[in-house]
Design a protein around this ligand. Structure first.
Ligand code: NAD
Length: 253
């Protein structure tokens, strides 16, 4: 699965799943733009992975239109093209709706869903020049809901709908659009959530019991799926959702 000399823009790539995708893409020969609100983290990842391809760090907020537009502009200025967009940045703003504020809703949907619209809006004019791929990192929460996560779950379900429609609208331009739905993955986001529960060890044992494979995911599991979807090996795959969850959701829990 080589993507030599392709140019990839990955959002939320300073840590977790996004960092692993950036690293995996660089190993596979791509030039990678690491976009993150954590500029220092983004620069550290760029410095670490740029042994394989070239890497550029850009600091910005995925929910801000000017930042999305500038990220695409700077990518093309630096590398002359854009071939792959990964909409990965995401946050979890938990809560049940009567207590959820409009601002919380806007933040949740802004970072997780509006961002995918904004980056796709500015990336598609570049991607259509040579064909390309968009990969949206959704979640099993898009179709399997959990209590207290209405905003997050709605944002991820919206991402799957966006994936399908973009695949329809831009297939004739050679742009493939797919989504990945990870289950539990060991990232800073998961660690931060575990730190909020009363008994993290007991919760982790319960989480592991959901997984027929006996473990939760690691970021590289998701990165490998993203590399496949970005590569020519997936040239007839578009509008699809790839579930990467160690069989958690087929267990019907
Ligand atoms: N970790 C899991 O178990 C899991 C499961 C399913 C889906 N996901 C999804 O995968 C994606 C990555 O999750 P993760 O676990 O690696 O998260 P993480 O919190 O470990 O890392 C997220 C990265 O996104 C960046 N980010 C956050 N808000 C941003 C913003 N407004 N603008 C730019 N960058 C921003 C953060 O700085 C961080 O570098 C998210 O969309 C998440 O919803 C994660």
């Amino acid at each position: 699965m080589r993507i030599d000399n392709k140019v990839a823009l990955v959002t939320g790539a300073a840590k977790g799943i996004g960092e692993a995708i950036a690293e995996r893409f660089a190993e596979a020969g791509a030039h990678v733009v690491i976009f993150d609100i954590d500029g220092e983290g983004a620069r550290a990842v760029a410095a670490r992975i740029c042994t394989a391809g070239k890497a550029l760090a850009i600091e910005g907020d995925v929910a801000v239109e000017e930042h999305a537009r500038d990220a695409v502009l700077r990518t093309v200025e630096q590398f002359g093209r854009l071939d792959i967009l990964v909409n990965n940045a995401g946050i979890d703003v938990p809560g049940t709706l009567p207590d959820y504020t409009s601002q919380q809703w806007d933040t949740q949907l802004g970072v997780n869903l509006k961002s995918a619209f904004l980056f796709a809006k500015y990336a598609i004019p570049e991607l259509r020049k040579r064909g390309g791929a968009i990969i949206n990192i959704a979640s099993v929460h898009a179709f399997a809901s959990y209590p207290g996560n209405a905003g997050y779950d709605a944002s991820k379900a919206g991402m799957l709908a966006l994936t399908r429609t973009l695949a329809l609208d831009h297939g004739h331009e050679g742009i493939r659009v797919n989504a990945i739905c990870p289950g539990y993955v060991d990232t800073p986001m998961t660690q931060e959530w575990l730190a909020t529960v009363p008994d993290p060890e007991a919760t982790m044992r319960e989480v592991l019991s959901f997984h027929p494979l006996g473990r939760i995911g690691i970021p590289r599991d998701i990165a490998s799926a993203a590399l496949f979807l970005a590569s020519d090996e997936a040239s007839f795959i578009s509008g699809a959702t790839l579930v990467v969850d160690g069989a958690m959701t087929v267990a019907g829990r």
